[in-house]
Design a binder for this molecule. Structure first.
Ligand code: BES
Ligand code: MN
Ligand code: ZN
Length: 515
């Protein structure tokens, strides 16, 4: 894990492998962002001109490496683009800072220590830089650079190994003795570490991450952070009547699990329940996905990973709210014991479901978990799931959809996501789409009209939420797993989508800011 410190030295005296400064896009030429003053001085006040000469304009995602002048104690200066100069000179957008810090941190992989002399004049700025840098300093290397029997005997394993993420980030210009700065940095560290751990879980191949092993990770984390963890194994699921989770998991040699994580605070006034879709691999089951659609389906537990990360972060921050996480874990495989299209399952709620398509499995495991979560009468429930390809068609690869049984709650979540820099959009649950799921055999079918498929899935879930409980559903099928080139603080692979939104929701609930 990357270390994070607040530098007591100024940019001119800091010893490190590199210094990062910000440059914004001005009307005519690039403009240095606050924090770059001492570095600019070492360049005789000509840093902006030097950057312009090299073709830099200060655009988002832009990165320029310069040899450092003799006045500095670092060999390299890195200027990252922040996008347009803000209207108010030093009011840089938190997300622009996060992305710039992330871009720099990615470029610094393989380096030991870097000073970030980006804007840090306010606690919010410092927190954004810390978050972006820590999220950018991520690489999933667990399966690379091990022993190679064909390598010459004297070759060290690390010689053919991957570049490791930047080891130490130090924020220049943040006040190291100021309580508010220290708290903000502690928060950024806890949040980023748990997001990076969620990314690791998502990226771990499904032959190693299956329901039982995921549950073991949760149990260990629970011990470490004082979270009560209960794991229902197959026997317990049968006893409890969890027909949805069992129906999805029965085709796999790796049996399903339902994990409950309970973080409680003695002075909590509210309880938030978080439910995550945890399909450790989605082959589609008997309704098998075609080639080209299953290579990334290890990501189908991203919702459960997000819920897990959010509960652990809430515990690490000691938030004054109870947060219960439910991980609905199963592997969706085709086999002689798998659920068939046409089978009818009896869900935990008692409702029967005709499974018309075994690839619509997420709603089956979530239905059971939502009912179980509802039994404890939380003040609100949020589920997170890579639920439908239709949501990706609607909103693209970077935006998650929000559906809810309560308009105000949906709006709150949308605002919270915006505040923490996660792209999302409110979606409706049109009642007319319900009839498409009418079944001649059971109470409901697990599929309906193809048009509006994301909303159909949301309507299905709604039926498994207890009366009178505010509920929201986040369909993160688009942003959960990033297949393109890395950008900002977003790596290839698992992204940790929705964790920041869930953590802020928990903080807001703790502060009594939500109904
Ligand atoms: N896990 C998939 C949804 C998905 C698609 C996630 C792309 C991430 C990227 C889900 O289980 C699924 O297969 N949904 C089906 C539902 C359909 C059969 C009603 C879909 O969206 O095609
Ligand atoms: Mn599926
Ligand atoms: Zn799925």
């Amino acid at each position: 894990m990357t270390a994070l410190t607040l530098s007591t030295a100024g940019a001119a005296t800091l010893r490190a492998d590199a210094l990062v400064v910000g440059v914004a896009k001005g009307a005519k030429e690039p403009v240095l962002a606050p924090g770059a003053e001492a570095v600019d001085k070492a360049f005789d006040g000509k840093l902006a001109t030097v950057l312009a000469t090299l073709g830099a304009v200060g655009a988002e995602g832009e990165l320029t490496k310069l040899p450092a002048p003799s006045g500095l104690k670092v060999p390299v200066v890195i200027a990252v683009g922040l996008g347009p100069v803000p209207d108010k000179e030093d009011a840089y957008d938190a997300e622009a800072l996060r992305r710039a810090a992330g871009t720099a941190a990615r470029a610094l992989s393989g380096f030991k220590k870097a000073g970030f002399a980006l804007p840090a004049g306010s606690v919010e700025d410092a927190a954004a830089v810390a978050e972006g840098a820590l999220l950018g300093a991520y690489a999933f290397t667990a399966y690379q650079g091990g022993e190679n029997k064909l390598a010459p005997k004297d070759a060290k394993a690390k010689d053919n190994g991957p570049k490791l993420p930047l080891a130490e980030i130090t924020l220049v210009g943040a006040k190291p003795r100021d309580k508010a700065y220290k708290a903000a940095v502690e928060r950024a560290l806890a949040l980023a570490e748990e997001i990076n751990r969620a990314r690791d879980l998502i990226n771990t191949p499904p032959n190693d991450l299956y329901p039982e092993s995921f549950a073991a990770v949760a149990t260990a984390a629970g011990k470490e952070h004082g979270i009560k963890v209960q794991v229902l194994d197959e026997k317990a699921l049968v006893k409890g009547g969890f027909g949805g989770i069992l129906g999805v998991g029965q085709g796999s040699a790796n049996g399903p699990r339902l994990v409950k994580l309970a973080y409680t605070h003695p002075k909590a006034e509210k309880t938030l329940a978080l439910v995550g879709k945890g399909i450790t691999y989605d082959s589609g089951g008997i309704s098998l996905k075609p080639a080209g659609h299953n290579e990334t389906m290890k990501c189908d537990m991203s919702g459960a990973a997000a819920v897990f990360a959010a509960v652990v972060t809430a515990a690490r921050l000691g938030l004054k709210v109870n947060v219960t996480g439910w991980l609905a874990l199963a592997e969706n495989m085709p086999s002689g014991t798998a659920t068939r299209p046409g089978d009818v399952l009896r869900m935990y709620s008692g409702k029967t479901v005709e499974v018309l398509n075994t690839d619509a499995e997420g709603r089956l495991v979530l239905g059971d978990a939502l009912t179980r979560a509802s039994e404890e009468k939380p003040d609100a429930i949020v589920d997170v799931a890579t639920l439908t390809g239709a949501m990706v068609l609607a909103l693209g690869n970077r935006t998650f959809g929000i559906m809810a049984n309560d308009d105000a709650f949906r709006t709150s979540i949308h605002e919270i996501a915006e505040e923490v820099g996660e792209a999302s959009w409110p979606m409706p649950l049109p009642a007319d789409l319900r009839k498409g799921m009418d079944s001649p055999t059971a109470d409901i079918a697990n599929m309906g009209e193809r048009m509006g498929g994301g909303l159909v899935a949301g309507l299905f879930l709604k039926e498994f939420v207890g009366e009178g409980i505010a509920w929201a559903h986040l369909d993160i099928a688009g942003p959960a797993f990033h297949e393109g080139a890395p950008y900002g603080y977003t790596p290839k692979g698992g992204t940790g989508s929705a964790v920041r939104t869930l953590v802020r929701l928990a903080e807001r609930t703790a502060d009594g800011d939500l109904g």
